[in-house]
Write a protein that binds this ligand. Structure first.
Ligand SMILES: [Fe+2]
Length: 230
């Protein structure tokens, strides 16, 4: 992708994590796992991620092919757009994709599913995960392919009073800001990054990255962005 071998850069991110002194209970991949619409690309992804030895929760992005992705991730350690509970937290995965559109929207049916999962869970704290940013990135071209109903979505999930953070992918750059009591967090990609604040599409020279997120029983959370210099 634009001069970067994405298989190699993903591998470097995974190896960086494995060599670190921080270990995760699960991995979360917020979409755009592939770009060439082939089942083989998901096989490559699974072969790489299975080396982590932990559950891998994946949700779709605009470059994914839902049917292929669901089929490729149909058994542990992989989970397709699945929610789960851990230590007083509910982690909710959301499908924000629109077929044939780089931008996204959370459908009424998806909002109903989120409501039902929150209502059924005894967890006191919630992390919501989706592909598209629910807030503007202040980048003209990126904001034409954001989440169409971001404000509505945030108001909807905020009504529970339990959502502490919402994390997303898609934008290939850092974002970290509060919004009505919910911390909104975007993480750069495992390949090339997009230039922040750019009016037109542009990449920058930042390296691949991932984010370490720690969720505590009392609702506190920490997170740290890790740049991976190859
Ligand atoms: Fe995307």
């Amino acid at each position: 992708m634009r001069g970067t071998n994405t298989y190699a850069s993903l591998t470097s991110v995974l190896e960086h994590y494995k060599a670190s002194d921080w270990s995760a209970d699960f991995a979360l991949v917020t979409g755009d796992l592939i770009q060439d619409d082939t089942p083989e690309a998901y096989v490559h992804f699974c072969n790489r991620l299975s080396t982590l030895g932990i559950p891998v929760y994946c949700l779709p992005g605009n470059h994914d092919v839902r049917a292929l992705m669901r089929e490729a991730l149909d058994e542990p350690p992989f989970h397709y757009c699945a929610s789960f509970e851990s230590d007083n937290w509910l982690v909710v995965s959301v499908d924000s994709c629109l077929s044939g559109d780089a931008g996204g929207r959370v459908s009424d049916e998806e909002l109903d599913r989120i409501d039902a999962e929150i209502a059924a869970s005894p967890a006191e704290h919630i992390m919501v995960c989706l592909h598209h940013p629910p807030v503007p990135m202040n980048s003209a071209w990126l904001d034409t392919v954001g989440l169409q109903n971001g404000a509505e979505f945030l108001a909807h999930i905020g009504a529970s009073g339990k959502v502490r953070l919402a994390v997303f992918g898609h934008v290939h750059q850092v974002y970290d800001a509060p919004h009505n009591g919910i911390q909104i967090i975007g993480t750069p990609s495992t390949c090339r990054q997009f230039k922040q604040g750019s009016v037109e599409f542009a990449v920058d020279d930042n390296p691949p990255a991932y984010r370490q997120i720690s969720l505590y029983t009392d609702g506190r959370f920490d997170h740290e962005l890790v740049w991976v210099n190859q």
